[in-house]
Design a protein around this ligand. Structure first.
Ligand SMILES: [Zn+2]
Length: 446
């Protein structure tokens, strides 16, 4: 495993790591160095997310080891489940031309669960002989935690082919991936170019959502470095895990985040000093996504700047979820002149936030309701004085609008003294890894 990983990496990268060795050893000591090299060694080059697989991914000639009499070549085929699919259609796309297998899969009691698990997007794989006889079928179940494995039994002379089906728990292999990138035009442009899955890019935006407004603050030349988990199955990236640590340099200011699990199992991100990254207010009332990041904002020609209209505008398609930037109580919900449909939330400490031009409100939400940070309270629209769909967001202190982009907002409490020490040790290791990666040469992409 380790050897394969090393071979997949360009040799220059390793030369570079060895040049960095003294630096790293100085920070963390030799025991961590072992961990560093392992972590890098098992990082393969960018893998495509499962969505990228085409209908039939590969037709591999494998050495015949399954119980087929013919001694034929064996083909591995994969097919994605479509919306409205039937098991019969799926088997046809997998190239299974095997009456006994089809009968078993369609009518045997032990395969009936498969009919209920035709979830669009899941990838089913089959091993067949060249003429379509089924050798084994691999059918993911229950959100990908288990798989039903259908196998051909050893053929008995003179008898029809028989099959078995059993459900197994999937054994994922978790590995750490280290990636670094630089923003030229957009965050997704940068993450795409280094093969970071969308789920990880969005996680990164969420982690820093109290410090950076990913819709408005990003600058050309911003850099990020990430260590995250990927879970593999059968040697292929199967699903994304958590970000373990991250560094983001935005407009010259560097932010760091380290995942830390407290004794009671609670997980949160902290900076290198052990301060929580969870802020009382999110920087942006819109969750960061491919859709919102690429939506161009048409500003009202007169109300172009914050000074002129005392709010921040976020371009987004009608229907995009609007979230409460902090815990609070609904103070007003309804229509208000040029604002159109508006929600005003009251928060602790004489703060208020307002969300305007909404197409509609969250079902059932009414004056006096309590909301939590990140709750969906309404949907983007263009009601009131708006020339295109966008969210107008205001931050008010004692009723007066202030510029939220220029505000330093309160933080969640830091770790206690004992946890702080435990955290500091972990953070040091991760910091050294981030540093190593940050200093390594990064390919620049358009
Ligand atoms: Zn506005």
């Amino acid at each position: 495993m380790m050897k394969r990983g090393i071979l997949n990496y360009p040799p220059e990268f390793f030369d570079h790591i060895w040049q960095q060795r003294w630096k790293l050893a100085a920070i963390t000591g030799l025991s961590t160095l072992g961990m560093v090299v392992t972590a890098i060694a098992v990082t393969p080059p960018p893998t495509l997310p499962p969505e990228a697989f085409s209908e039939v991914v590969e037709q591999l000639h494998l050495t015949a080891s399954a119980p087929l009499d013919q001694g034929d070549d064996i083909y591995l085929r994969e097919a994605r489940i479509h919306r409205g699919d039937t098991l019969g259609r799926l088997l046809a796309r997998l190239g299974i031309a095997d009456e006994a297998a089809q009968r078993f899969l369609l009518v045997a009691p032990e395969t009936q669960a498969l009919h209920r698990q035709l979830v669009p997007g899941r990838v089913v794989s089959a091993r067949t002989s060249a003429d379509g006889a089924l050798i084994s079928l691999h059918f993911p179940m229950n959100g990908g935690d288990t798989v039903t494995l259908v196998e051909r039994k050893q053929n008995v002379q003179g008898q029809a082919a028989q099959f078995t089906a059993r459900e197994q728990t999937l054994q994922y292999e978790t590995r750490q991936v280290l990636k670094s990138g630089e923003i030229r035009y957009s965050l997704f442009g940068a993450t795409d170019s280094v093969g970071i899955p969308d789920a990880i890019a969005v996680q990164m935006a969420e982690i820093f959502s109290g410090e950076i407004d990913f819709h408005r603050d990003l600058r050309q030349g911003d850099r990020f470095t990430l260590i995250y988990e990927m879970q593999d199955y059968g040697g292929r990236a199967a699903r994304t895990g958590r970000i373990l640590s991250a560094e983001f340099t935005n407009n010259g200011k560097t932010h760091q985040a380290f995942l830390y699990t407290q004794d009671d199992g609670r997980q949160s991100y902290y900076n290198a000093e052990g301060k929580s990254l969870k802020k009382a207010f999110l920087r942006s009332p819109l969750a960061f996504s491919r859709v919102t990041s690429g939506f161009s904002l048409r500003l009202h020609p007169i109300l172009k700047t914050w000074r002129a209209h005392k709010g921040v505008d976020y371009g987004a398609p009608t229907g995009t979820q609007v979230r409460a930037t902090s815990d609070g109580v609904v103070q007003f919900i309804g229509k208000q002149g040029g604002y159109g449909n508006i929600v005003i939330l009251a928060h602790a400490g004489n703060y208020q936030t307002a969300y305007a031009h909404l197409s509609r409100f969250a079902p059932g939400l009414k004056k006096g309701d309590r909301v939590s940070q990140s709750d969906t309270i309404a949907y983007v629209g263009q009601t009131g004085w708006a020339t295109g769909p966008h969210l107008h967001y205001e931050f008010r202190i004692k009723g007066t609008q202030v510029n939220p982009l220029a505000l330093n907002l309160p933080t969640a409490p830091p770790l206690d003294k004992r946890q702080q020490t435990l955290f500091a040790n972990k953070a040091q290791e991760q910091l050294a890894l981030l540093q190593l990666l940050k200093d390594s040469p990064v390919a620049r992409f358009e």
